[in-house]
Design a protein around this ligand. Structure first.
Ligand code: MG
Length: 294
C-alpha cells in the first residue's frame, strides 16, 4: 500500500518520505478522542463502545486509564493541563482535576439535557467550545439510547464564568472543532449533510462570524481534526488523514487502512501524528509540528 497521496507539491515539505505508519494498538471498537500529555509522555484516547479511555506510552505500551468512562468521546486539555472530556453516557462535558476527581462542566441547557457532546476545544481565555450531535443517544452502542431533549444539534460555548450558551444552530451533525493556531478562526466539521468543515472568524471580543465552507471531505467525512503550527489542518477521512493548506486546498493524504475518526500531534517534538482509526491506534512521524496547546 502506498503510504501517501501527494495532491500538491507543498505536501512534500510536510512529510518524511521514508516514515511509515506504525500500528501501536489493535483492539478498540471505535477509537476517538486522542490527546497528548507530553508531561506524562503518554497519549490518552477513547474506545467509545467499550466505555473506556486507554493510555499509550512508548515505555509501557497500552493500559486502561479509565473504565467505565461515561462512553467518552472527544478529549483535550485546558490551559492548566487538565483533561477535558466529552461524555456520551452522562451527556456532559467534564474536567478531570489534578487530584483525579471529575467535575461536570455542562450537562444541561436551560433545564434540558444535552444530546451527547462529541468533541471539544479550549480557547486560551479558558472558554470551552464543544459540539453536541446525537450520536451517543441514537443507540446503545455508543452510549444509552434516549430521547433527545434539545430541539437542535448545537455548538456550545462554556464561558469562563461557567455560563453555557449556543454558538451555532445551523449544523446538521456538528462534530470536530478546533481553533487556528492564532485563534483568529474557528473550524467546525459537519458529519451530516454536507460532510464539510466550516470556518468562522473570531473577533477580538471572542465572537464568531461567517461560517462559509472551508472544505468538503470525501471519501468518508470530517470527524475530528487538528492544526499544525503552520496553520495546516489535518483531518480525519474515510481513507486516511487529509492535510489542507490554511486557504483550504487539499495538499495530500496519509493513507490509513481503516476509517479515521481523529488525530493528534504528540511526541517530544510534537511531530508524531497519532491517528485513532476504528479498531486501531496508529502513529506516523511527519515534518510538521503540532500547534501549541492553549
Ligand atoms: Mg467526533
Amino acid at each position: 500500500m502506498e503510504q501517501y497521496e501527494i495532491v500538491d507539491d507543498r505536501f512534500k515539505s510536510c512529510i518524511a518520505g521514508a516514515a511509515r505508519l506504525e500500528k501501536l494498538y489493535e483492539g478498540t471498537r471505535w477509537a476517538e478522542g486522542p490527546v497528548w500529555f507530553g508531561d506524562r509522555g503518554c497519549l490518552l484516547w477513547s474506545d467509545i463502545p467499550n466505555d473506556r479511555i486507554l493510555r499509550w506510552s512508548e515505555e509501557t505500551g497500552v493500559s486502561v486509564y479509565r473504565q467505565p468512562a461515561g462512553y467518552s468521546n472527544g478529549n483535550t486539555r485546558d490551559g492548566d493541563g487538565r483533561l477535558i472530556t466529552c461524555q456520551h453516557g452522562l451527556r456532559s462535558v467534564t474536567r478531570t482535576e489534578h487530584d483525579g476527581s471529575i467535575t461536570v462542566l455542562a450537562d444541561t441547557y436551560q433545564g434540558k439535557r444535552l444530546n451527547s457532546p462529541n468533541d471539544v476545544a479550549v480557547k486560551s481565555d479558558g472558554s470551552i467550545w464543544f459540539t453536541d450531535p446525537p450520536y451517543g443517544i441514537m443507540s446503545d452502542y455508543e452510549g444509552y439510547k434516549s430521547e433527545r431533549e434539545l430541539e437542535k444539534n448545537y455548538v456550545f460555548k462554556i464561558s469562563t464564568d461557567g455560563t453555557l450558551s449556543i454558538l451555532f444552530d445551523d449544523f446538521d451533525m456538528p462534530n470536530g472543532i478546533a481553533f487556528s493556531p492564532d485563534e483568529s478562526r474557528l473550524y467546525v466539521s459537519d458529519t451530516g449533510k454536507p460532510k464539510s468543515i466550516r470556518v468562522f472568524d473570531i473577533d477580538d471580543s471572542g465572537s464568531p462570524s461567517g461560517g462559509e465552507t472551508f472544505a468538503e471531505i470525501s471519501p468518508g467525512g470530517p470527524d475530528g481534526f487538528r492544526f499544525d503550527a503552520s496553520g495546516r489542518l489535518w483531518t480525519s477521512a474515510g481513507d486516511g488523514v487529509h492535510c489542507y493548506s490554511p486557504d483550504g486546498e487539499l495538499l495530500g493524504k496519509v493513507l490509513v487502512p481503516e476509517t479515521v475518526a481523529n488525530v493528534e500531534f504528540g511526541g517530544a517534538k510534537r511531530n508524531r501524528l497519532f491517528i485513532t482509526a476504528t479498531t486501531s491506534l496508529y502513529a506516523i512521524y511527519v515534518t510538521a509540528n503540532g500547534a501549541r496547546l492553549p
